[in-house]
Design a binder for this molecule. Structure first.
Ligand code: SF4
Ligand code: SF4
Length: 284
């Protein structure tokens, strides 16, 4: 399954439920609910155990830690039954004992922890303290990436957070805000301010600018896919939004990946995972 620099990756939305309610969340509130049943978790684990080569399984939500099955069943199951590399996107709100258990369970298997700083729900000092503790508990090889959305009315708070986190050796990965399936139309003054934060030529490794890769060959659907909590698999997030690129439902045993790259037909690639895992032609 692995070829060249491509790192086959599944982004698995382990649950919809989230303990936050961010004003800029790209998931509408009605979908930010629910989680798989015990039986469904067991069938997801069967699915991941059936892969013939190791992939990276990046777990997202909602908020993964808001679903107790994440720590109690999903992580132990993936560690014991598969050889996949594990990554997570979390808002880092879980209590420290949960984070310590997470680090212990996944030790040696954890690739990237993407921790989102949501200033509507926490403060930088609390967040930084947790990030530092988690970093101590994790293997040195695990990357800790702090990300935060560039909310127009909170750019000053973002700048202050960037400075505070830097004092703890933590770098912040800025994310352009999305709005109605596109990037947010910032005011001209904010555009200048944002350019100072992300640099003139940001890459997918330094910021998420949600660019267009229309026309480029992309391995989404073959070496990358998005798996939802109901078992539906899609070639990528934008394809799902357009109700295209459906790969079947893994809980019904109907999953089939594509057989090669296709030209991207979309004007926005909202997440940097496909780019940073080598899925997109010409993008490292
Ligand atoms: S923490 Fe993430 S999933 Fe939860 S409301 Fe905020 S942006 Fe949405
Ligand atoms: S480049 Fe991005 S939006 Fe286009 S098909 Fe690939 S993952 Fe989807």
């Amino acid at each position: 399954m692995r070829s060249g620099k491509r790192a086959p990756t599944c982004e698995w939305q382990v649950c919809g439920v989230c303990n936050y309610d961010c004003s800029y969340c790209i998931q509408s509130k009605i979908y930010r609910v629910g989680h798989p049943s015990d039986d469904e978790v067991a069938r997801f684990l069967d699915f991941f155990a059936s892969f013939d080569t190791p992939w990276e399984i990046k777990m997202t939500g909602g908020e993964p830690f808001a679903f107790k099955g994440f720590l109690n069943a999903i992580l132990p199951g993936l560690v014991q039954r598969t050889s996949h590399t594990l990554s997570i996107l979390t808002n880092l709100s879980a209590p420290l004992p949960f984070l310590e258990r997470f680090a212990t369970l996944t030790r040696g298997r954890l690739h990237v922890v993407s921790a989102s700083l949501h200033l509507e729900h926490t403060d930088v000092a609390t967040f930084a303290e947790k990030a530092k503790r988690l970093r101590e508990w994790m293997s040195p090889e695990t990357r800790l990436v702090i990300n935060s959305v560039l909310v127009p009315e909170r750019l000053e708070a973002f700048e202050a957070a960037k400075e505070m986190l830097a004092k703890d050796g933590l770098t912040i990965f800025p994310q352009i805000m999305k709005h109605e399936g596109s990037t947010f139309p910032y005011e001209a003054t904010d555009v200048i301010r944002i350019e100072r934060l992300i640099g003139k030529s940001p890459t997918p490794r330094t910021a998420n600018t949600a660019p267009s890769y229309r026309g480029r060959l992309c391995w989404a659907g073959t070496d990358y896919f998005v798996l939802m909590q109901n078992g539906d698999a899609w070639s990528c997030r934008t394809a799902k939004r357009h109700k295209e690129g459906f790969l079947g439902n893994v809980l019904r045993g109907e999953f089939a990946r594509g057989s090669g790259p296709l030209a991207c037909g979309y004007d926005i690639c909202p997440c940097t995972v496909p780019a940073n895992r080598g899925m997109i032609e010409g993008i490292a």
